[in-house]
Design a protein around this ligand. Structure first.
Ligand SMILES: [Zn+2]
Length: 178
């Protein structure tokens, strides 16, 4: 009879293998994880920074898929997106962004940072203490996003930066740099 913990480990491992097979196109054979050669190595195209807002999770994936970037971007999620990365009210979040950008560059050789803010953002409302709409809302996002873009370009001159604002309907508009 096997010791109890080994039995438990075995069950978890089998469940894990099934889950991997179902979700990731991977299988565990003889204890070795085997990954299907769906993508060649060499890295990802971009790092996406978005807000955490639950309402837009599917729209974000759909938007990135529509740009043919499926499984070709790293994704950092901070409440407020650009605001989370820049506001001095969230020093821990600021550091998290920069550390993850550094990892994305070193590990996946990304060429671009895509900053995706969204309208009706609770983080903006709380930090700015205002309920902005329309052009004023867009201007508030443009200010934070440009602050972040300038900082990224200063630290990593070879990286391209793209600034985008998503509406609650999932429509995306570009935000001008500078
Ligand atoms: Zn938000």
């Amino acid at each position: 009879m096997q010791p109890k913990f080994e039995c438990h480990t075995h069950v978890v491992s089998r469940r894990h293998a099934l889950k991997m097979t179902l979700l990731g196109g991977r299988a565990i054979i003889g204890g070795l994880a085997v990954t299907a050669p769906a993508r060649a190595g060499g890295g990802a195209e971009a790092l996406l920074l978005s807000c955490m807002d639950y309402r837009l999770v599917d729209d974000i994936v759909r938007y990135m898929d529509g740009r043919q970037l499926t499984n070709n971007y790293d994704h950092v999620v901070l409440a407020g997106a650009a605001l989370g990365a820049t506001s001095d009210k969230f020093p821990g979040w600021n550091a998290t962004f920069w550390e993850h950008l550094d990892v994305a560059i070193k590990l996946h050789h990304i060429k671009k940072v895509i900053v995706l803010d969204h309208r009706d953002c609770g983080a903006y409302r709380i930090v700015l203490d205002k309920n902005l709409t329309g052009d004023e809302e867009k201007a508030a996002h443009a200010e934070q996003m440009n602050t972040l873009a300038t900082a990224i370009t200063k630290k990593y001159p070879d990286l391209a930066v793209e600034l985008l604002l998503m509406g609650l309907d999932g429509a995306v508009e570009p935000i001008a740099m500078g």
